[in-house]
Structure formats: C-alpha cells, structure tokens
Write a protein that binds this ligand. Structure first.
Ligand code: NDP
Length: 485
C-alpha cells in the first residue's frame, strides 16, 4: 500500500492536484497553505552553486590499508594492515556551471573523504599533481579569467592567456591541462592527487612531509578535442552516467593509493621548495610508496542531499595528519570551510554526508540555522548533549584530549609579502614536455594554438617567451601551429 501523502507538518493531503479556488474558474485563495508551501519550497530548492567545481559526481566506497604507516602517523586509517575505512569521493570539473558539459578541457576535482575513527579526513585534490598558482591571494583573479567575462558573459581566451602570460608559475599546470590528459575520458580513467604537501606526525613527535597520489586501476583514458566536442553535444553528463552506471553494474572503480614521504629536515636542503604547489617531487627523489586501495561501490540515494551538499574541506584533518607551509594550502584551509558555511549554513557538518560517520562529534558550539539536525550514524547531534555549552566546565562535558597535540613546528623569518619570482617556473614544465612523444607534443601544440591564436599578439608573444624557457622546441611547435591555424 502507498504511504500517505502529507504536507510538511505530516498532515494527510486529500487533493494535491487542484488549488483552492473561489468558484471553478478562480481566483485562488490565500488560505491555500498547501499550494503556498509547495511553491515556497520549490523557490528554495537550490543553494548557491559552488563558484568553482560546480558540476560534480560523487560516490561512496572503501579504503583498504595494505601497508601499515604507524611509524609515520597517528592517523587511524593508516594503521593496521587490512583496516577498512568508509570513503566518499566527489569528482568535478572546475570552471563550468552546474549544468555544463563533463567533457570540457579542465582540471578535474578529486576530493576524497575518509570517515575515520578519529574524525573525517578530507584530501581535496585534483587529477593533476600541481596547480596554476603557488599563492592563494591570486586565486580570485585567476578564476575570474576562467569564468565568464562580466560584460560579454562569455568565456574569454584573451583574459585566460593574459593572466597566464603574466604568471609564469602557471606554465607547468597549463602544460598538463593542454596535454592529452587534459580531457579525461571519464572520472574512472584518471589519477587523483592530493597535490599539496601535507604532514604526517607520529607518537614520538616526528614530522614527515607527505604527498598523496591515487593511481587509477582502470587505466588512463583521454578524449581528443574532436571526441570531446561531439560528446558535449550528445551527452553533456557522460562522466556522471559512466560513474553511476559502472557502480550500479557492480564494476567498482579502484585507485591504488600511494604516498611520497619526506623527513621534516629534508625540506631545508631539498633543491626545490617542497611547499610550492606548482611543483612535483620527482619520483626518483621520493618514490611512490603504495599503501592501499580505494574502491567506489555505492551510489548516493539522493544527488542533492549527498553530492550537492557534500562539503569537503582541506581543513578536515585528523590527529597524525597536519598542514604544511604551502601557501595555497594555507589559503584553502580557510576558504573551503568558509564556502561551505556560505553555501549550506553554519551547521553543514551535521548533514548525513558531512558528519563524522565513525567518530562522535562533541563540542560546545550551539545554535545557528538547522542546529540539532543530528548525525544518523550516532542518533544525536553534537549540540544536543545536555545544557552545558561552555568549556572547561565541572559538569562532565566533553574534555580535551592532550595525547593528540600536534608536535611544534619551527617557523622563522621576517613578515613581508615575499616576491614569488624567486622560484623556478620552467624546469618541470619542460620536463613534462620532454616526457611526451612526438604525437603527444603535436597534440599539445595544436590544442594551445587553437585558443592562444585568439589572444592579442602581445599576449601571444609573452606566452611564447615562457614556452621558450621551458624548452625551445615547445615554443617552436606552438609558433608553427599558430601559423598553420
Ligand atoms: P617520472 O618519469 O618518474 O614520472 C612522470 C609522471 O608523469 C608519471 O607519474 C606519469 O603518470 C605522468 N604523466 C605522463 N604524462 C602526463 C601528462 N600529460 N600529464 C600529467 N602527468 C603525466 O618523472 P618525474 O617524477 O621526474 O616528473 C617529471 C614530470 O612528470 C613532472 O615535471 C610532472 O610534470 C610530471 N608528473 C610528475 C609527478 C610526480 O609526482 N613526480 C606526478 C604526475 C606527473 P602515469 O605514471 O600515471 O603515466
């Protein structure tokens, strides 16, 4: 038998098809609270879409640890071979709106949440190991160049290349984006990277710098520009369809999880700045160490509730895992949680997808919109435990756990806005270029030329001087491709 249809207050509804009217032809009575409730709720069905990463897909799964990392970290999910931890992963494109096509040339978000016994640990990364910028103060300007021009409301190749030409630190990521890996065939067929340098710390108070790598077990597959252009018209949601369908069919996608680990003191003497987000740590210096496998095996029941309202943040760290001086990470530690408070509200961490599933949240924060929503995994919300709303207290309220204090980190230096051009911007972009075979290099030239030739000559000249410094053959190929376009 069907469940009974009710209004929000649970009252049975007799007729949900006809408004309450004065006579058969109307008008409609203000008294029709049923109609008003439906329309008013409909008007509020959307929350602000993310400024970046608006179009996304998500799924739940399991992380299984295959190598114990107790010597490096206190983190529960990295201790005890065979331990399984529930995960949620949200994939996304970056620049497009929530209805945009999945086959755009764009980095892909790769945001993993581990629901650990000591709280949620989020690794909010991309499918690229580096980023366009090394300082968060440039981020709003950069994103403005990727979105619509405020006057024409169209994407703007001049703005995009103008910004990149004035910020050579972007060259490495631009090279990845314009390469054959710039349009992954699906979310299953790409790698993920934590990208930033994070830290591990252990019981002895030793700290290690760490990078996370998620290597696809489905194999890398990409789309050509032509394939992508066709797909955008036929099926703008192809990556969502692919992920959802694979999981429904029991073809659970998997990534092997790897880390690069650097002892704390190495950072001082390493030949590059290990906290610079525009650079990788070459594998020959710090080899990948496989630590486990991440599998996605459950689709969300409700897209809005669990994917749109999924609110991951790099500030979701757990004992044994910390931040690093990486300037972009420092900016994101603030910005992500702040964006979630704006999008969803102060109590976004009480929603089922966001609350800690394997750890009970207990704190003295009270009130705010939607307080007391509660985490279904624990049956009560963190703010409903008795009347005590301050700490310390003598009423048996939640108590500090001193054993989880992060070891102190030495920081030195005079306060200033340091010029970032002291870093090398060209070596690793060139390394990547030289790693490509002739066919991949030609595809790179053609892809860059297709939009760079739409920019002004001054911008083209500035960009070509950057390509030249990465590798003379890189600039030469683009020059020829622009001439042929
Ligand atoms: P390695 O030869 O040890 O590794 C090269 C890496 O490049 C591999 O991880 C490979 O991924 C990846 N790769 C190949 N083609 C592309 C592409 N078009 N876009 C992005 N990644 C690609 O070299 P190094 O560690 O010395 O690094 C050399 C260059 O490789 C770097 O400058 C960087 O651009 C790129 N790279 C390095 C990574 C690192 O963490 N060291 C990670 C990813 C890229 P796969 O094994 O999946 O084929």
């Amino acid at each position: 038998m069907n469940q009974r249809l009710t209004s929000q207050n649970g009252a049975p509804i007799a007729d949900d098809q006809n408004s309450l009217t004065a006579g058969a032809r109307g008008g409609v009575m203000l008294q029709d609270w049923q109609l008003i409730e439906k329309l008013a709720h409909f008007n509020r069905e959307r929350i602000p879409e993310r400024v970046v990463h608006a179009k996304g897909s998500g799924a739940y799964g399991t992380f299984t640890l295959t190598r114990d990392l107790s010597e490096f970290t206190l983190a529960d999910h990295f201790r005890g071979v065979g331990k399984q931890t529930e995960v949620f992963l949200r994939f996304s494109t970056v620049g497009g709106e929530s209805g945009s096509a999945d086959a755009e040339r764009d980095p892909r978000g790769f945001a993993v949440r581990f629901y650990t016994a000591n709280g949620n640990h989020d690794v909010v990364g991309n499918n690229t190991p580096v980023f366009f910028l090394r300082d968060g103060i440039k981020f709003p300007d950069f994103i403005h160049t990727q979105k619509r021009n405020p006057k024409t409301n169209m994407k703007d190749p001049e703005a995009m290349w103008d910004f990149w030409s004035l910020n050579p630190e972007a060259l490495h990521q631009v090279t990845i984006l314009m390469s054959d890996r710039g349009i992954p065939a699906s979310y299953r067929h790409m790698n993920g990277y934590g990208s930033h340098t994070f830290s591990f710390w252990n019981e002895q108070g030793e700290r290690f710098w760490v990078k996370f790598h998620f290597k696809t077990q489905q194999g890398i597959k990409n789309l050509s520009n032509q394939q992508a252009d066709k797909l955008k018209g036929i099926d703008p949601d192809h990556a969502q369809r692919d992920l959802y369908g694979a999981i429904e069919d029991g073809e659970f996608p998997k990534w092997s999880v790897n880390v690069q680990i650097m002892p704390e003191a190495d950072a001082e003497k390493y030949h590059l700045n290990p906290f610079d987000l525009t650079k990788v740590w070459p594998h020959k210096d710090y080899p990948l160490q496989e630590i486990g496998v991440l599998e996605l095996n459950r689709n969300p029941e409700n897209y809005f509730n669990e994917v749109e309202q999924a609110a991951l943040a790099p500030s979701n760290l757990v004992p044994g895992i910390g931040a690093s001086p990486d300037k972009m990470l420092q900016a994101r530690l603030f910005a992500y949680a702040d964006a979630q408070r704006y999008r969803i509200g102060a109590n976004y961490n009480q929603l089922p997808v966001n609350c800690p599933h394997a750890s009970q949240a207990n704190h003295y924060q009270r009130g705010g919109a939607m307080a007391g929503t509660g985490c279904p995994f624990h049956g009560r919300s963190p703010d409903s435990a008795g009347s005590v709303n301050y700490g310390p207290n003598s009423q048996n309220g939640p108590a500090q756990q001193a054993q989880y204090a992060e070891p102190p980190m030495d920081i030195a230096g005079a306060m200033a806005r340091y010029d970032k051009t002291v870093e090398d911007d060209y070596q690793q972009a060139g390394d990547l270029f030289r790693l490509m075979n002739a066919e991949q290099q030609q595809a790179l030239f053609d892809t860059i030329a297709a939009t760079l030739e739409q920019a002004s000559e001054a911008v083209q000249a500035r960009m070509l001087s950057h390509f030249e410094q990465a590798d003379p053959a890189y600039a030469e190929g683009i020059r020829a491709a622009i001439a042929a376009a």
